[in-house]
Design a binder for this molecule. Sequence first.
Ligand SMILES: [Zn+2]
Length: 194
Amino acid sequence: MTIKVPYITKWSAEESAPARVLALPSGIGYADETLGDRDSHGVLWSRGASTLGIGKPQFGQVHTPRQRRAMRKLLCQVCAGPADQADDGVLWLLKDHRDDWPGWPNRMAVTEPPVCKPCAQLSIQLCPALRRGHVLVRARVCPIVGVRGIQYRLRFSTLIADEPEVVPFDSARIRWTLAAQLVRELSECTIGES
Ligand SMILES: [Zn+2]
């Protein structure tokens, strides 16, 4: 069986030294920033090469522009075709966390783009983490709500990088976030066959 590399997986030739981030009066920026570095919310996005298929796939690492494109357009994260959509919503393949809160996964922020049906079946067969427990979820409503990215803060005028977090667009921290992934929030969910 050939192993299919998901569309959103980063390849080794796409590894690059991170661009230098500066502290501005009201958040972070690049020294040589251009218009394309920010989205329509004014959020700064991490930079990187796009050379899909060159080198080795870095399984578990996500390529920012492809994740962003798949999430924005609701493309399958594996094949980049349209994700499966039906009357009860868009199809998502999630690790099973039904015990986390009543009504899970409603109100959950997701960074993994949706899937199409054939890729969902294939992923369940091939991915050990999913084999241990997964659910197929339909979400009728799944707006783009924010980003996931490294959090920056000033400490005695030195810029410190903290761990990545999910930050909503309406948070004051969004100006101090270097976005790496686009986030949608699931609601009106139906848990399907698992
Ligand atoms: Zn697919």
